[in-house]
Design a protein around this ligand. Structure first.
Ligand code: CAA
Ligand code: NAD
Length: 351
């Protein structure tokens, strides 16, 4: 067994170049030659803390595949809670965008957490970022992973292809979890030889703020795996609930048909999108109206969810696709992340 520092060094080497390039973005005031040894010192001290916690599982190294809206949030909360996190995406540009999202979210959190303590804020951000290793090499990124959380685009073939590859390269100890919003976790697990070490970990957007995690157990998930995933969610400061592998689990089975009915209401000309949003916020106490939420979740993701369900249950009117949604996605308007959705935003990903 290699020492933690050696292990981190080993996994960090192949990503070092990219990490250094990204550090210019993450720490604008810091020279690009951020010394690797300071990362090693900080991760070693974290290791001691975790050992002292007598965790009910052996999860320490977490790999998050897909550094989009959700992957960035998941990686951030895992790093904030002292896990060693490796993040993987298909292109450097996506990794950079994801790390910028993490940095911005950490800035918002520290503003509240350390209002008059700039040094405390800086340390919190540095400590968190020092636990994140960036990678484009899927092979290397899982070689020492205890847990892989898949958070790639909501496409079942892409997810199955990824899990098939991961199953071949990850060590036997590695637990796999999908953050899928809508697909059957059983169908994802089927392509692997480790269905007992497979489950769903469904986080909510924005991950740093939303407390819920739906922990999805398929028939084959072992008790040890389920308990590890449940405990892991708690160690991220979340409140997990156990879910069966049903379409949309709990929240999305209710939330997605609600959002789609709002779109149909708009299509029928019964009210404007801003009045529907206003009504649901003021009349039902929701923090966002359905159109604000659709833009926030991503219109692409919502379309993939509804298309997937419609294919399986073509007769269920709750899952009927919408021409309005399809047209927006076809035109590349995915909501906040592209700057245009049902509303227009000043900047992509911004307000
Ligand atoms: N990271 C860190 N902090 C953040 C943040 C982020 N990503 N986003 C917002 N914040 C902070 C802000 O800085 C702000 O802090 P202060 O109170 O110190 O000012 C605070 O949160 C409130 O933010 P805002 O003032 O910008 O806006 P808000 O009051 O509307 O709150 C919200 C934002 C928490 C997102 C709230 O609107 C909300 O709860 N919306 C509903 C979200 C929701 O329903 N999510 C589930 C989507 S469905 C899903 O995720 C499942 C799926 O599979 C599709
Ligand atoms: P996103 O489009 O913001 O991010 C997806 C990321 O995955 C992109 O950066 C993309 O480059 C990357 N990717 C795609 N294929 C990949 C591959 N083969 N290998 C590595 N990276 C790959 O999407 P998102 O909103 O973060 O959603 C990710 C997952 O989380 C989906 O399954 C979605 O249904 C689920 N989810 C989304 C939300 C939400 O509110 N958006 C909430 C809960 C769960």
């Amino acid at each position: 067994m290699l020492a933690v520092g050696q292990r981190i060094l080993k996994s960090a080497r192949h990503t070092e170049k990219l990490s250094h390039e990204l550090l210019g973005v993450l720490h604008p005031s810091r020279p690009k030659s951020f010394p690797l040894f300071s990362r090693l010192i900080s991760t070693a001290s974290v290791q001691k803390q975790r050992n002292g916690e007598a965790a009910a599982h052996n999860l320490q190294n977490v790999t998050v595949v897909g550094l989009g809206l959700m992957g960035a949030g998941i990686a951030q909360v895992a790093a904030q809670n002292s896990f060693h996190v490796t993040v993987v995406d298909e292109q450097d540009e996506y990794l950079q965008r994801g790390m910028v999202m993490i940095r911005k979210s950490l800035d918002r959190i520290t503003k509240k957490k350390f209002p008059n303590e700039p040094k405390g804020a800086e340390k919190f951000i540095d400590d968190t970022l020092s636990k994140v290793t960036i990678s484009r090499n899927i092979l290397k990124s899982v070689e020492d992973a205890d847990l892989v959380i898949e958070a790639i685009t909501e496409n079942i073939e892409a997810k199955q292809t990824l899990f098939r590859t991961l199953d071949e390269i990850a060590p036997p100890k590695t637990i796999f979890a999908s953050n899928t919003s809508s697909f059957s976790v059983t169908e994802l697990a089927k392509v692997t030889e480790r269905q007992d070490r497979f489950g769903g970990l469904h986080f909510f957007n924005p991950v740093p703020l939303m407390s819920l995690v739906e922990v999805v157990r398929i028939q084959e998930t072992s008790a040890a795996t389920f308990n590890a995933l449940f405990q892991f969610s708690k160690e991220l400061g979340k409140s997990p609930v156990a879910c069966n592998d049903t379409p949309g689990f709990i929240v999305n089975r209710l939330l997605v048909p609600y959002m789609m009915e709002a779109v149909r209401m708009l299509e029928r000309g019964e009210a404007t999108s801003s009045d529907i949003d206003k009504a649901m916020k003021l009349g039902a106490g929701y923090p966002m109206g359905p159109f604000e939420l659709l833009d926030y979740v991503g219109l692409d993701t919502t379309k993939y969810i509804i298309d997937g369900w419609h294919e399986i249950y073509p007769g269920n009117p709750l899952f009927y696709p919408s021409e309005t949604l399809n047209k927006l996605v076809e035109d590349g308007h995915f909501g906040r992340k592209t700057g245009v959705g049902f509303y227009r935003y000043k900047t992509a990903n911004g307000k």
